[in-house]
Design a protein around this ligand. Structure first.
Ligand code: ADP
Ligand code: ZN
Length: 431
């Protein structure tokens, strides 16, 4: 463990620490951020009298639009001179969402990332190849500094240049791969084509994969192909970046670092706070953020959170696998479909390649079309019968999702690959 004192806190002690920090943070936000002062005044919340989570829940949620409204520097509690770094998230429409960090924030985030690596079993002996994108995206620098603080040897290959990436991995003997799961999958596919032997040429032991949703079935594929243990890492730029939560070596849910983040799970439609263990939208409060305090930030990410003790002896609450974002949910002919459901079906089936694309077309009724690459070996084998295989996929998907999908089988290597986050859904209704 990187921070054993904090990581080993009992549930009671951890919740005590959360409440203590929360009270301080509420006052800090009130005194330093006009938006929060106004909201607390409007809700009749006296920041010096917030004594428990029920009092706290009277403060209204913070939303992504609130950050956009504070463009360019974002919600900010300190003068610009105290800001040490800015990052920004892509933002599909209009201006990016900018987030800021003080020197202390960067230190806190760096230490959280070091803890995140260590929880996954990474040590200072490891050689970390960081294939996340460096730049405004928090992935690159987040995974970079965390590994340095832990004392690892870091190779900042960044995303892309796959040939050089593979050469470095082999020649340097990288033991940890940090990348988006889609890029990890792409590397596994590219390596044999570049003449590498996946079993013999690489020393990868641990994968630090996140920044996008991926299914348990995709995990199995990546683990088998690269011969490593693949850990899920969750975060978002609004909450520093990666390192909000990570799977420990037991790979049974992602520990949210409870000393820095308070999580509530709400009903996304009504905003009601749900009891522990319910499925809903995660809402985060940052407990020590200086530059950009966030109270009750709506992530749009849907999951269940448990406080049960983990086999690793940590009590930091766990996110059981993230199903997707509420914004990603597709409503097709009145039925709710998550892209993750499609992935689960496809990646669990033999003969299906690693790439797929979901296309929603508007005809008279909304139509779901799925382009699926066939696994190379299967494609070339005498057993392959396209019509029969397509029917099998349609039946399986219909059974799970309750709506019919049209399946188009694609030859291996024909769908677009991504180096960063995959774009697997094309909604023609929105274009
Ligand atoms: P943007 O994509 O807008 O640039 P971020 O890079 O901060 O912003 O992305 C954050 C979002 O990515 C999260 O809200 C979540 O939906 C998704 N995400 C990040 N890590 C994971 C993960 N491990 N599993 C599922 N989704 C994830
Ligand atoms: Zn654990």
């Amino acid at each position: 463990m990187f921070d054993p004192e904090i990581e080993m806190l009992s549930k009671e002690k951890l919740q005590e620490l959360q409440l203590e920090r929360l009270k301080k943070m509420v006052k800090y936000a009130y005194n330093n951020v006009p938006m929060y002062r106004k909201r607390m005044d409007d809700a009749g919340v006296n920041p010096t009298k917030v004594a428990n989570l029920d009092d706290f829940a009277k403060i209204s949620f913070t939303k992504k639009d609130d950050l956009r409204d504070h463009y360019p520097y974002g919600i900010r509690a300190v003068p610009l001179v105290q800001i040490n770094r800015l990052h920004a998230s892509s933002g599909t429409t209009g201006k990016p969402t900018v987030v800021s960090y003080t020197e202390n924030d960067l230190r806190t985030w760096g230490r959280l990332m070091a803890r995140t690596y260590a929880a996954a079993g990474v040590t200072r002996e490891d050689i970390v190849q960081n294939a996340y994108g460096y730049g405004l995206f928090t992935g690159g620098l987040g995974f970079h500094y965390g590994a340095e603080i832990l004392g690892c040897t870091v190779i900042p290959t960044a995303t892309g240049n796959t040939k050089r990436q593979l050469m470095m991995a082999k020649d340097m003997g990288s033991t940890v791969l940090a990348a988006t799961p889609s890029y990890a999958m792409y590397l596994a596919e590219a390596a044999p084509k570049e003449g590498y032997d996946l079993q013999k040429d690489f020393k990868f032991k641990i994968g630090m994969f996140g920044a996008e949703p991926w299914s348990e079935e995709a995990r199995q594929r990546i683990q088998n192909a690269l011969g490593l243990r693949a850990h899920d890492v969750y975060g978002m730029s609004e909450l520093y970046g990666p390192g909000v939560a990570v799977e420990c070596i037991h790979q049974n849910g992602l520990h949210i670092w409870g000393d820095e983040f308070l999580v509530e799970v709400i009903d996304p439609d009504t905003g009601e706070v749900l009891p522990e263990g319910s499925y809903g939208e995660m809402v985060f409060t940052m407990l020590t953020r200086e530059a950009m305090p966030l109270l009750r930030y709506r992530t749009r990410d849907l999951a269940t959170v448990t406080w049960e003790e983990c086999e690793c002896d940590r009590f930091h609450p766990r996110i059981m696998r993230i199903k997707g974002r509420s914004d990603d949910m597709l409503i097709i002919g009145g039925v709710n479909v998550f892209p993750s459901q499609v992935e689960t079906v496809l990646m669990g089936m033999e003969g299906v390649g690693d790439q797929y694309q979901i296309i929603i077309d508007r005809d008279i009724l909304d139509k779901l079309q799925v382009k699926v690459e066939v696994d190379e070996k299967f494609f070339k084998s005498p057993d392959y019968n396209a019509a029969k295989f397509a029917k099998k996929l349609v039946d399986e998907m219909t059974a799970v999702m309750t709506i019919r999908a049209n399946v188009e089988l694609m030859a291996p290597g024909t769908l677009p690959r991504t180096e960063g986050k995959a774009k697997r859904v094309i909604d023609l209704r929105k274009e």
